[in-house]
Ligand binder design. Structure first.
Ligand SMILES: C[S@@+](CC[C@H](N)C(=O)[O-])C[C@H]1O[C@@H](n2cnc3c(N)ncnc32)[C@H](O)[C@@H]1O
Length: 119
């Protein structure tokens, strides 16, 4: 993230390094302040329960979480770290709306868009 920060400088962009498994999302992201969280090829590395509950707390009431991930069962050589189907099916728990779209013909990578508050 540090190198991206120096490469893509823009007054309205801030880059921060954060280990989501080591700690909660930093406090300067106030509750209900985040419009969109893009989680692309990262979910398989994370403590999902913790990350999802953190994101739910920080997103605006109409906020969106976009998750794009390889599917574990569809990676025959396990070259890419994937999330199990069963866990993908449960991603929508606690969200008002969940839309899934498989991104390749054999469904090896999927995208899930989660929207809206619940609980
Ligand atoms: C396959 S790369 C994807 C990078 C980028 N999102 C993309 O789509 O090109 C996996 C990323 O997950 C990040 N990652 C892994 N564990 C993490 C953690 N505990 N907290 C934050 N990021 C993590 C790594 O830093 C790495 O950038």
């Amino acid at each position: 993230m540090r190198s991206r920060g120096s490469r893509y400088n823009h007054p309205r962009l801030r880059y921060r390094e954060h280990d989501f498994n080591a700690g909660a999302i930093p406090n300067d992201f106030a509750p209900e302040s985040v419009d969109i969280v893009v989680c692309r090829l990262v979910m398989a590395f994370l403590d999902r329960a913790r990350f999802l509950s953190d994101v739910r707390r920080r997103r605006r009431p109409d906020g969106v979480l976009y998750v794009m991930t390889p599917i574990y069962e569809k990676q025959p050589d396990h070259a890419h770290r994937g999330v199990r189907e069963e866990a993908i099916a449960r991603l929508g728990d606690g969200w008002a709306e969940s839309t899934r779209c498989d991104l390749c013909d054999d469904g090896c990578v999927t995208a899930v868009v989660l929207r809206g508050p619940q609980g």
